[in-house]
Design a protein around this ligand. Sequence first.
Ligand SMILES: *[C@@H]1O[C@H](CO)[C@@H](O)[C@H](O)[C@H]1NC(C)=O
Length: 492
Amino acid sequence: MEHPRLLNMALTRIGLAGLAVMGQNLALNIAEKGFPISVYNRTTSKVDETVERAKVEGNLPVYGFHDPASFVNSIQKPRVIIMLVKAGAPVDQTIATLSAHLEKGDCIIDGGNEWYENTERREKAMAELGLLYLGMGVSGGEEGARNGPSLMPGGSYEAYKYIEDILLKVAAQVPDSGPCVTYIGKGGSGNFVKMVHNGIEYGDMQLIAEAYDVLKSVGKLTNDELQHVFSEWNKGELLSFLIEITADIFGVKDDKGDGHLVDKVLDKTGMKGTGKWTVQQAAELSVAAPTIAASLDSRFLSGLKEERVEAAKVFQSGGFSDVFESKPVDKAKLIDDVRQALYASKICSYAQGMNLIRTKSTEKGWDLKLGELARIWKGGCIIRAIFLDRIKKAYDRNPELSNLLVDPEFAKEILDRQSAWRRVVCLAINHGISTPGMSTSLAYFDTYRRERVPANLVQAQRDYFGAHTYERVDMPGSFHTEWFKIAKQSKI
Ligand SMILES: *[C@@H]1O[C@H](CO)[C@@H](O)[C@H](O)[C@H]1NC(C)=O
C-alpha cells in the first residue's frame, strides 16, 4: 500500500531499506542534500516514523512505502537502494525481497558492518542477475549518519559512479581535504577497510582508557581534573572525537545518585565483532597487530567481572602498592608523560592497522590507497582526528612506506616521546596497573626498531627438536645441525 500523499509523484533518486535509527538518519541526510528518497521497512511503523521525522525536520523529500514492489518502482532507473540491516541473514533476506522487483542494471548497496567475503559472494550472485552491488562501510554512528558520516564504498565501480554525486554531498565535509568518501576498491574492500577502521577504534579507546586509569589510579586525579586534562589534550596533537567525548563523559553527574556517572558504569565492555574480525585477519595474514589484539583481550577480560571480583580478594596484598603509594607523584609531569605515551602508542596502533590493510590489498589485488583512507577518516567517523592528516601526509611523501614508524616525521615524534612513554609504562607496571595497549605498542616499537631480535634462539630450538632448518647471518643456504649430538659430546 502506498502512502496516499505520494500518488502521482515523480520518481525518486534513490531508495533506502532498513529503518532502524542509522537507516532513518542516513535517509534524512540524503533527502536534506536535495535527493528525493524512497524508504521501506518490513515493519511499516518504521516507515511512517521516518516520513514523520522528515516532515518535522524540515519537510524533507522522503517518501515512505509499505510494500517492496511499490518501493522499488518509485525509484528512477537504474535504481540504487541502500540497505541498512543487521549483517548476515537479514541482508540476504532483504536482497531476496528487493531483487524480485529489480531490473538489469539496478544496484543494491549494503551499508552495514558486513564480513567482506559475504559481500563478495553476494556481488557474484547479483552479477548473475545483471545487478550491481556495493559493500559500503558507514562510520560515525547515528549522529554521523544524520549529519555527515565517513563512507567506504567498495565493489562495482559502475555502481559507485551512479551515486557518487549523492555520496559526495552526504559524507562529512572536511575543510582543505574534501568529502569523507572515496571509491575504496573492488569486491569487499569497502567492508574490509571499515572493519580495520573499527579495529583501530578499539585500539584508540583502549589507549584512552589506559591513560585514564594511570591518571586516576596512580596520579589520583579527580573526574573534574580528568575532564580538564582531556579538554586540554583536545586542543593539541591528540585532538579527536574520542578525546572530546571522553572529556565530556567526565563532566556528567549521576542523575540517580551522588557523584559522577562514569564511576557508576559497570566495567564490562560489550562488542559486536569487527574488532575480533580484525585480529583474526591480522593472524590470517601474519601481520602483527598487538595493540588492536590487546584491546580485544582487554574487552574479554573485562567481561570476567565476577572472576575479577574473586581474584581481587585473593591478591589483595600485592605488596607493591604499599611501596609506591607513599611516594608522591608530580601530577603535572605525569599528565604530560601520559599524553606523550598515548600519542606514541597511537602511532604504533595505526601503523598496525594500515599494514593490515596494505597486506590484504596486495593479496586481493585491491590497489588500496592508504593516504586516501586516512583522508576520508579525517571527518565523520569515530576515529576522526587531526592526527590522520599526518598519516595522509606520510603516505603522500611515500606511498610505498613500509611502516608509519619509519616515516621521518613520525620517527621523530616517537623519539621525542619515548622517554615519557617508557616512564609511564614502568610506572604502571610498578603500580600493578595494566596498560596492555601502551605496553604492547612500546614492545612493537622496540621489536621493530632492533636490527637483531632473539629469533635466532627460537630458530635453533625449532631446528633442534624438529629439524626445521635455519639460515645463517654469514652465508647463504639452509642448514640443519645435530644439536643434541653435539651438545651431548660437549657435556662429556
Ligand atoms: C525493519 O525494521 C525491523 C525492526 O526495526 C528490522 O529488524 C528489519 O531488519 C528492518 N528492515 C527491513 C528491510 O525490513
